[in-house]
Design a protein around this ligand. Structure first.
Ligand code: C5P
Length: 223
């Protein structure tokens, strides 16, 4: 595989309720991170996975992931205080030979290998930045802090954005070098430096496991 995948997994997961770092929370008896890395390692394009682990748990995380794949190089680095810092730490550890770099949230633990391939293929076809997206099903309104509605947005032009997001390595390095404020997604940093971002169809199973409801849904998806 010619693709390296960065996995920010250092978040605390406060919205999931008490119980430690989110990536290490159990889904059917295994940590979310194990589910996520297993699916990444099953994608033929992937040659290397770099996990940004919660501070203090790098060696535990290394042990946790050691038996997942013989084919894929697994690196574990210490994550940072923000998602962006965790991604930057992982990016710095990618071996030179990888020209395509994907970024994938551990919280999207059930993202299928096909989605990884779809994103990687679009980067190889010449798109410097690629994101998987889904149509928005709800009507989305802009609301003031008081609770009053300000505007109804045109749903037809909106998309919900998932990971893995894919980049030419040089593009991701440039985007991170230029980033000042903290971004929640890497493609947003690429946009800031004028890179055109391309979309491919996302996958419903790549839902972000954020709240207890999402964990319950993920349990059902494993059937
Ligand atoms: O908090 P949020 O759900 O946006 O986190 C998205 C991803 O970023 C998660 O996989 C989380 O573990 C990761 N993260 C990180 N380092 C942080 C904060 C979040 O790697 N300091």
């Amino acid at each position: 595989g010619d693709v390296a995948v960065l996995v920010p997994a250092a978040g605390q997961g406060v919205r999931l309720g008490p119980g430690g770092p989110k990536a290490l929370r159990s889904l059917r008896g295994e940590p979310l991170l194990v589910h996520a890395v297993r699916r990444l390692a099953a994608a033929p394009s992937v040659g290397c996975v770099v996990v940004a682990a919660p501070p203090g748990s790098t060696s535990d995380v290394r042990d946790l992931l050691s038996s997942i794949s013989d084919r894929v190089d697994l690196l574990v680095v210490e994550g940072g205080a923000s998602r962006q810092m965790s991604v930057a730490a992982a990016l710095a550890a990618v071996p030179d030979r990888y020209d395509v770099v994907l970024v994938h949230d551990a919280a999207r633990a059930l993202a299928p290998p096909e989605l990884v391939e779809r994103v990687a293929a679009a980067v190889r076809q010449g798109h410097a930045a690629v994101i998987p997206v889904l149509p928005v099903v709800d009507t989305i309104k802009q609301v003031q802090s008081s609770g009053e509605v300000m505007a109804t947005l045109d749903r037809s032009v909106l998309r919900a954005v998932q990971t893995p997001q894919g980049f030419l390595r040089s593009t991701l390095v440039e985007a991170h070098a230029a980033a000042v404020d903290d971004h929640t997604d890497d493609a947003g940093m690429a946009e800031k430096i004028g890179v055109r971002v391309w979309t491919v169809p996302g996958a419903e199973s790549a839902l972000k496991i954020t709240r207890p409801f999402d964990l319950a849904v993920a349990e059902l998806l494993l059937d």
